[in-house]
Design a binder for this molecule. Structure first.
Ligand code: PMP
Length: 393
């Protein structure tokens, strides 16, 4: 069947995580693998109420085709929230509602990436972004993500040596997979480089609202607004099933991404946009986020405490101040893929780090998700994981 497939799809791989999740679905397995928000925190009753209210008040109008840019009151809500949280002025006209932030990645790839063109991406990097951009066949240029953020010396070296890259993709808050956040200094220095080298950053921020420690840091889009597309999502703050996210685009990009969105799906689900907006008007998002942060914060602390108690020497891990993920670095002799097989024997699962790298030689890292595992189960799961690890050392 080879002649039927378009060339651009030849190198697009299936998501490795989906394969792992099939193994981890066995109920006997304690899974730190899934990157899912905790379903116990979904506001089911309030959404039921919002659905009814929208249908009763809007009737058939709630079920009609709608504008490509998205439901205007929802765009206004998002703009107001940037102002109240970050003192950041965003024109609602520059906010485009997307079908999850995942769609924003695809639309940006469609509009901005040429085949063979360099694309700068943090490493380890979000697998869904690697997958979405891969369709447009870029030449990925990885820049290491460290405890403080992007390795700017490595970025400078790349820019100096010459690159065709115009796009730089990163997740500055509680990154997936590492849990790392860019420091304030790193954001400022990166913003300066974006402007100086006329680069466009895709600032992917689905986790920024989930900060359970210390103060919020400014989006890079606030520091370099003409050189940033800021992506947001309601998947981790309300529910993922609505498939609602957004992008804040600079003026010069607005028309083209709107056309791309139109060509792709006309508009995102208009009913869920109205229900979501109704939910946000009738309930306090901040109060809802407090509940999520309280649970995730406690579960993160339980995971860290269990790792401190049970991890053999030579293992290090990140200490995220928000989000859903923690990142382990094993002694360099240990392959996380091999550990995965041992861990499954102990009935515990995680995601090996290798697929998050463009460079295949890094094998000794792994991702643990703390969003869905309560404290007692986390203690048990980390004990099992460390038992499996001890056997390999
Ligand atoms: N970006 C990052 C960094 C993510 O972790 C995710 C979800 N796993 C997404 C984008 C996509 O989220 P959604 O499409 O649900 O908004």
């Amino acid at each position: 069947m080879q002649p039927f497939f378009a060339q651009r799809f030849e190198k697009v791989e299936p998501s490795f995580i989906r394969e792992i999740l099939k193994v981890a679905a066995n109920p006997e397995i304690i899974s730190f693998a899934g990157g899912l928000p905790n379903p116990h925190l979904f506001p089911v009753k309030a959404i039921e109420q919002a659905c009814q209210d929208v249908l009763r008040e809007q009737g058939a109008a709630a079920l009609q085709y709608a504008t490509t840019e998205g439901f205007a009151p929802l765009r206004q809500y998002i703009a107001d929230r940037y102002l109240s949280r970050h003192g950041m002025e965003v024109n609602p006209d520059n906010i485009l509602i997307t079908s999850g932030s995942q769609q924003a990645l695809d639309l940006l790839g469609k509009v901005l990436v040429n085949e063979g063109q360099d694309l700068i991406i943090e490493e380890p990097g979000y697998l869904g972004a690697i997958q979405a951009f891969s369709v447009y066949q870029p030449n990925f240029k990885p820049i290491t993500l460290g405890e403080e953020g992007l390795d700017l010396a490595a970025l400078d070296a790349l820019l100096e040596q010459g690159t065709s890259a115009r796009l730089l993709y990163g997740v500055p808050n509680f990154q997936n997979p590492s849990g790392v956040s860019y420091s304030r200094a790193n954001r400022e220095a990166l913003a300066e480089r974006l402007v100086r080298h006329d680069l466009l950053m895709v600032e992917d921020d689905p986790y920024g609202e989930l900060r359970f420690e210390r103060e919020h840091l400014p989006p890079i889009a606030k520091l370099a607004p003409h050189n940033t597309v800021l992506l947001g999502s309601f998947s981790k703050t309300v529910v993922p099933a609505f498939r609602l996210g957004w992008m804040v685009v600079p003026d010069w990009l607005r028309k083209k991404v709107t056309i791309a969105k139109q060509a792709t799906d006309l508009h995102s689900n208009a009913f869920s946009q109205q229900v979501l907006h109704r939910f946000l008007c009738d309930n306090s998002l901040d109060a809802h986020l407090e509940k999520i942060k309280e649970v995730y914060g406690r579960q993160r602390a339980a995971m860290e405490a269990a790792l401190t108690r049970h991890c053999p020497p030579g293992v290090s891990y990140t200490r995220p101040e928000g989000g859903m993920f923690l990142w382990l670095t094993l002694p360099s002799s240990v392959s996380a893929m091999a550990l995965f097989d041992e861990a499954i024997k102990e009935k515990v699962a995680f995601v090996p780090g290798a697929p998050f790298y463009v460079r295949p030689e890094i094998q000794n890292t792994l991702r643990l998700s703390f969003s869905c595992v309560d404290e007692a189960t986390t203690e048990e799961g980390i004990q099992r994981l460390c038992r499996a690890l001890a056997r390999m050392l």
